[in-house]
Write a protein that binds this ligand. Structure first.
Ligand code: NAD
Length: 501
């Protein structure tokens, strides 16, 4: 433990701009990976290496699963009262707030998001999530069910699912880690968290703070590393549940990987959210909300509005105003407080976004603004100019595939009666947005569009008290709110014959 704490503290310090290397946490001990593997994590604003992290091996996966299994039976955790669990989670929220500046800076350096977003959305949202689920610890109830047998009592218990592997993506590393850690622990599970290899640092720091909050050893384990680490957890027969946020491609592979022991799966996957702008919409409000909905975190948001159905009568006006607003946003390093748009996560991802935009133009879309990598002093980073495309058709690849970048494809429509079918003509179903002055129309569309979250006259926002998750290939299950309690508990029925034995 002493060694672990020394390493933990060292990981938080900065040396000449490079952070100290980070280790794995297994069973309460911080140590390098078995075999000594490491990988680099890079600042996407300038391509520089921030530090190196331990690359967990198969042996580390086995060790972490064994530690989480042992902790599940440890009276220090299994016997901890709900009120004590609540205090632990609340303490994590306090520690996150005490270290808000440090966490925000780490997130901005590793992920690229503007420092204001890191502070006000990422770190604030992380603390709120732990507080919200701290409240749940003492409210996880069973019920008494009215069985039709004489002299018989039936009640239900909600029990932890067990050992949970939590696998997160790079787009909101800290916040999505909290979306999984807080409810999993509130329900009494033990966890192995595996952050994305592009952005491990804020999760490493969060786990250090959780250790300081006082979780018994083995309750929270951390494995950093690439896809093989996630795959190793997914296929492991002693893991009871995987909660995964990431691409639909990998989500599908997890369905197969988990088949051995039929482990529980929560899958939060990709999206292609339509935004409908009706003829009677307040266009200026719609522009402000849709710029936010499309370009927040440079469009690297699963719920990003990414195909815009605009009534043809307003399409030119909407397109021109969106182009003005988008091109007016300052692109730059997230550490510059003036920046509104940060870099994309990697060179590879930038090339993928650019390929989508070029493909759309080749298929007949008109480039209104953007459409290229930023030059000059931003050339070293992975910056892409916010892009508006007009004249887009439903059949174009840009209207069907997830781009996950700062791209706004505008599709003019003539017949409002076709909107539901066109909005639903996608494999995804994560989110949708509707902009209109007619709330009856808005609620009719909200009922008919097959997506997990509908935003009427507003950009997408997360809130711990609501529900998050998708229809169709956007995933399985729901996070947040009371729904997360379903995701992290098993329900047991207990029957008692009251007539004597
Ligand atoms: P990704 O699927 O490539 O990786 C996500 C995580 O899975 C990483 O930790 C990665 O190491 C791990 N991984 C990769 N291959 C694996 C495998 N075979 N088995 C187990 N784990 C594996 O996704 P990404 O590129 O990091 O994130 C972007 C994607 O995430 C987008 O599609 C986006 O829409 C989605 N996303 C969804 C939500 C949501 O709530 N629905 C939120 C954020 C991001």
């Amino acid at each position: 433990m002493v060694r672990g704490r020394a390493r933990a503290d060292r990981s938080g310090e900065r040396r000449k701009g490079r952070l100290a290397m980070t280790d794995l946490l297994v069973g309460g001990l911080w140590a390098p990976a078995t075999g000594g593997g490491r990988f680099k994590t890079v600042n996407p604003a300038n391509g520089s290496v921030i530090t190196e992290c331990a690359e967990a091996s198969t042996a580390d996966v086995d060790r972490a699963v064994a530690a989480a299994r042992a902790a599940l039976r440890d009276p220090a955790w299994a016997g901890m009262s709900p009120a004590a669990r609540a205090r632990l989670l609340w303490r994590v929220a306090d520690l996150v707030e005490e270290h808000a500046s440090e966490l925000a800076l780490l997130e901005t350096r590793d992920n690229g998001q503007p420092i204001s977003v890191a502070r006000e959305v990422t770190v604030a949202g992380t603390a709120e999530h732990f507080r919200y689920f701290a409240g749940w610890c003492t409210k996880i109830e069973g019920s008494v069910l009215p069985v039709s047998y004489p002299d018989t009592l039936h009640y239900t218990r909600r029990e932890p699912v067990g050992v949970c592997a939590l696998i997160t993506p790079w787009n909101f590393p800290l916040m999505i880690a909290a979306w999984k850690l807080a409810p999993a622990l509130a329900c009494g599970n033990t966890v192995i968290i595996k952050p994305a290899e592009q952005t491990p640092l804020s999760t490493v720091r969060l786990v250090q703070l959780m250790e300081r909050a006082g979780f018994p050893p083995g309750v929270v384990n951390l494995l950093t590393g690439g896809p093989a680490v996630g795959a190793g957890l997914a296929v492991h027969d002693d893991v009871d549940k995987v909660s995964f946020t990431g691409s639909t491609r990998v989500g599908r592979s997890l369905v197969y990987a988990s088949a051995g022991n039929l482990k529980r799966l929560t899958l939060e996957l990709g999206g292609k959210a339509p935004s409908v702008i009706a003829a009677d919409a307040d266009i200026d409000a719609a522009v402000a909300g849709n710029v936010q909905g499309a370009l927040f975190n440079s469009g690297q948001v699963c719920a990003a509005y990414s195909r815009f159905y605009v009534d043809r009568k307003r399409a030119d006006e909407f397109t021109a105003k969106m182009a003005d607003a988008a091109s007016g946003l300052k692109l730059g390093s997230g550490l510059d407080p003036e920046s509104r748009l940060g870099p994309l996560i990697s060179e590879e991802h930038l090339n993928s976004v650019d390929t989508h935009v070029r493909g759309a133009r080749a298929q007949g879309a008109e480039l209104v603004t953007g459409g290229r990598r930023a030059e000059g002093e931003l050339a070293e980073g992975y910056f892409y100019e916010p892009t508006v495309l007009a004249g887009v058709g439903d059949e174009m690849t840009i209207a069907r595939e997830e781009v996950f970048g700062p791209v706004i494809p505008v599709i003019a429509y003539d017949d409002p009666d076709e909107l539901v079918a066109r909005a639903n003509a996608t494999e995804y179903g994560l989110a949708a947005s509707i902009w209109t002055g007619d709330l009856a129309t808005a609620h009719r569309l909200a009922a008919e569009i097959r997506a997990g979250a509908i935003f009427i006259n507003m950009p997408h926002v997360p809130d711990a008290a609501t529900t998050w998750g998708g229809y169709k290939t956007s995933g399985w299950g729901r996070e947040m709110g009371p729904y997360a309690i379903d995701a992290y508990t098993e329900i047991k029925g207990v029957w008692t014959h009251l007539g004597g034995v």
